[in-house]
Write a protein that binds this ligand. Structure first.
Ligand SMILES: Nc1ncnc2c1ncn2[C@@H]1O[C@H](COP(=O)(O)OP(=O)(O)OP(=O)(O)O)[C@@H](O)[C@H]1O
Ligand SMILES: [Mg+2]
Length: 234
């Protein structure tokens, strides 16, 4: 359903992505791992239409995608390093705002359900400027889920979450996977990678340097060893 062909991104005189090609079948879960500064977030931003690649093609359900394409908005949910939330608004107001932007039906009902799911129900009417990092992240997750995207791009979604919230997020992700939602996950936490994804690619210095299926006998140790080999080699 999603195909990336030779994506290159140059900013200034810096090549951040070099000929990255990747395809994702419907309902597949893929993890993108790699060192800090490898280009993972830039890669996601190009794919979700927040940045225009310098060259290369993104094809979603047979359609070539350009920056800010309406198809992207409808089908893809992106959780990035920034929360895209408004500090002066409450969780309910933030979700209402995004719901309208994405033309979501039954906004109020869906918002209430999502806020309960991520454990923010008791704080739903308080302006979020006083929220902790984990609370912000919980709300950011609710925001991404609100339009019910077919593909979820999650850039380090576990960051700042407590154990309880990690469990909640993972069970939400797994539920989405059962419904056929495709997941692309960036994470430095290999335990979560193994837990949530069937395929892993390593991005290093803007290039995909290794790719593997997560096989049944793969564990934390074998994944780490494989990763370290890929990164030192690349
Ligand atoms: N707007 C920009 N202008 C210039 N350089 C940028 C810009 N955005 C990203 N970069 C550079 O591109 C490289 C890749 O950054 P990116 O944020 O994609 O890495 P990352 O793999 O997500 O790292 P991390 O694991 O730390 O989140 C970095 O060297 C960064 O400085
Ligand atoms: Mg990043």
């Amino acid at each position: 359903m999603l195909e990336l062909k030779q994506i290159t991104k140059i900013i200034g005189d810096k090549t951040i992505l070099r000929n990255v090609s990747l395809s994702l079948r419907r309902g597949e879960s893929l993890a993108v791992i790699g060192p800090n500064g490898a280009g993972k977030s830039t890669f996601f931003k190009c794919t979700v239409g927040l940045l225009q690649p310098t060259s290369g093609e993104i094809i979603l359900d047979q359609e070539i995608i350009k920056k800010n394409s309406p198809l992207l908005k409808k089908k893809i949910g992106f959780l990035g390093h920034e929360s895209f939330l408004y500090n002066t608004l409450s969780p309910v107001e933030n979700l209402r705002f995004y719901g309208k932007l994405y033309k979501v039906k039954n906004i109020e009902e869906k918002s209430q359900r999502l806020l309960k799911e991520v454990g923010l129900h008791y704080f739903k009417d308080i302006p979020i400027r006083s929220f902790s990092r984990g609370m912000m992240q919980r709300l950011a997750i609710a925001r991404v889920l609100l339009p019910e995207p077919e593909l979820l791009f999650l850039d380090e979604p576990h960051t700042g979450l407590d154990q309880e919230a990690v469990k909640v997020l993972n069970s939400i992700i797994k539920e989405k996977q059962t419904d056929g939602t495709g997941i692309l996950l960036i994470s430095h936490d290999f335990e979560q990678v193994l837990n949530l994804c069937k395929r892993v690619v390593v991005l290093d210095k803007g290039k995909i340097v290794a790719e593997t299926e997560v096989v049944d006998n793969m564990n934390l140790q074998t994944l780490k060893a494989w990763y370290e080999k890929a990164v030192t080699k690349g």
